[in-house]
Write a protein that binds this ligand. Structure first.
Ligand code: HEC
Ligand code: HEC
Length: 426
């Protein structure tokens, strides 16, 4: 357990509690402490905790703009009941009637935020829907008046006073329980997100523009109510920029409570460089969080995260040459055409986030370079589990904006053909 990680009061509480339970665990002391919102009294408490005093070298109490609110939310420790789930249950039938035909799994929208069996879990983990500032939710900013989303408008006369009002009330209630007083250092942590049980791609966007398209991917498996396992943890830099990561720490944000860092600090030894265009496993590639709670959010903070590049092999074109494909011919024959017709409209550059994530811009000009980028998203030993398929499967719950327009036949043909190349990479 490293007590010098999370910030604010919950850290202090968690820290002193854990240090007294495990007195032999001494916290790291060499870091500057990211006490974003700690008040002076909290600092006093930390000092009083003795064994757990992190001896920070730069303890910046001056930036505690949100410190007042931290002190003021004293209720967060107690169980402020969240009625979000109940409010959602009440509006779910109407919501589904209005929007489910396109937004269930296999629907033509390719954004199945209403997929079952647990629609509440799905919609709560859909990126951009349940957010800290309810007004900014995709549901309130997108399917409304304007040229976009011509299918249905929530603020039309039909829904304005019924479904729209109910969704607003629900999102407002949810927002109340998103506690941000403990958000880790802004430049070094990912915004809290609700993990999808299944495949997740968590983007580093909040860390700065240069990280657009860079992500951490993993499969989340809930082992029991309090244990969440993250498998196949991978870091995906972009084709243009690599990343250097030191000591990632996952923290759990239970509903309405402050953050609770990974009790065993599993990745404390991680200090890894991922060159541009080179994805790889993060640490041992697996993480088990024993402090998981149902409905919680997760965040990941880094002791250090910085852009990284090597110009070692003269790779002026963004390091696409190393770790290339074994069978570029098979890629050209079985994959390139289908990627061009289905994916390049976004991944060729039309969408910066998409291109950053998986760069397909060289499909037409340099098959080997394109192949080595796309290879980062496949699993030769188990083609079925390739990210290329998991994210685009119309029947799946991944939050990816394209799933063959809900056409499972088209997806099947894509998978069948592209798998031939993937197997050739074994
Ligand atoms: C006739 C089909 C259809 C219906 C009905 C429909 N939508 Fe959509 N919706 C789409 C399509 C297609 C997209 C993706 C393309 C786009 O953004 O226009 C989309 C996108 C969205 C998005 C953006 C999702 C994201 O993650 O980017 C939201 C939010 C949304 N719809 C909300 C709603 C709501 C709320 C309703 C019900 C009031 C609704 N939609 C009804 C077809 C539909
Ligand atoms: C409508 C635009 C669009 C299309 C078409 C599209 N993608 Fe994506 N894709 C994105 C975006 C945007 C991201 C970045 C993810 C995000 O922001 O959620 C992404 C990310 C990905 C990822 C990284 C994992 C993830 O889920 O974030 C994979 C793999 C991927 N796409 C595969 C494909 C494949 C294969 C195709 C074609 C069959 C395709 N995409 C078509 C927009 C698109």
């Amino acid at each position: 357990m490293n007590c010098a990680y999370a910030s604010g009061r919950s850290w202090l509480a968690a820290c002193s509690e854990r240090c007294s339970v495990h007195p032999r665990l001494t916290p790291l002391t060499r870091w500057s402490l990211w006490l974003v919102a700690a008040g002076a009294s909290a600092l006093g408490a930390a000092v009083a905790a003795g064994a757990c005093t992190p001896a920070p070298d730069t303890l910046d109490l001056g930036t505690g703009g949100s410190g007042g609110s931290s002190a003021g939310t004293g209720g967060t420790g107690g169980a402020a009941p969240n009625h979000g789930k109940e409010l959602f249950a009440a509006l779910e039938p109407d919501f589904y009637t209005a929007c489910g035909s396109c937004h269930d799994a296999g629907g033509i929208a390719d954004t199945p935020f209403l997929a079952g069996p647990d629609v509440y879990a799905t919609i709560s983990s859909w990126p951009g829907i349940v957010v800290k500032d309810a007004k900014e939710s995709k549901l309130l900013t997108y399917p409304v008046a304007g040229p976009q989303h011509t299918y249905k408008k929530l603020d039309s006369a039909q829904y304005k006073d019924t479904l729209y009002a109910a969704i607003q009330a629900w999102l407002t209630e949810e927002a109340k329980s998103i506690v941000t007083t403990t958000v880790l250092d802004a430049g070094k942590s990912i915004e809290p997100f609700a993990p999808i049980i299944g495949f997740n791609a968590v983007y580093f966007t909040a860390l700065g523009d240069e990280y657009t398209g860079m992500a951490l991917t993993f499969n989340a498996v809930q082992l029991d109510d309090h244990v969440l396992e993250l498998d196949d943890l991978e870091v995906h830099p972009t084709a243009a920029l690599g990343v250097h990561l030191v000591h990632p720490l996952f923290s759990v944000f239970p509903v309405g409570k402050e953050s609770d860092p990974d009790p065993v600090d599993s990745l404390s030894n991680v200090d890894q460089e991922f060159d541009s265009g080179q994805a790889g496993a993060l640490g041992p590639g697996t993480l088990i969080l024993t402090n998981w709670q149902k409905g919680a959010k997760l965040t990941v903070g880094f002791q250090k995260i910085e852009p990284f590049t090597t110009m070692m092999d003269g790779g002026t074109d963004g390091g696409t040459t190393t770790g290339g494909c074994k069978d570029v011919q098979s890629f050209t024959d079985n994959a390139a055409g289908l990627l061009k017709s289905n994916c390049v409209m976004c991944h060729g550059g039309g969408n910066a986030q998409a291109k950053g994530a998986v760069d397909m811009s060289q499909l037409a000009t340099d098959a080997a370079a394109a192949c080595s980028q796309i290879k980062n998203r496949v699993s030769p030993a188990n083609a079925d589990q390739s990210q290329l398929f998991i994210t685009t499967d119309p029947g799946g719950n991944a939050a990816h904006p394209y799933k063959f327009g809900g056409d499972s036949g088209k997806f099947g043909a894509f998978k069948q053909s592209v798998s031939q190349w993937i197997s050739a990479e074994k």
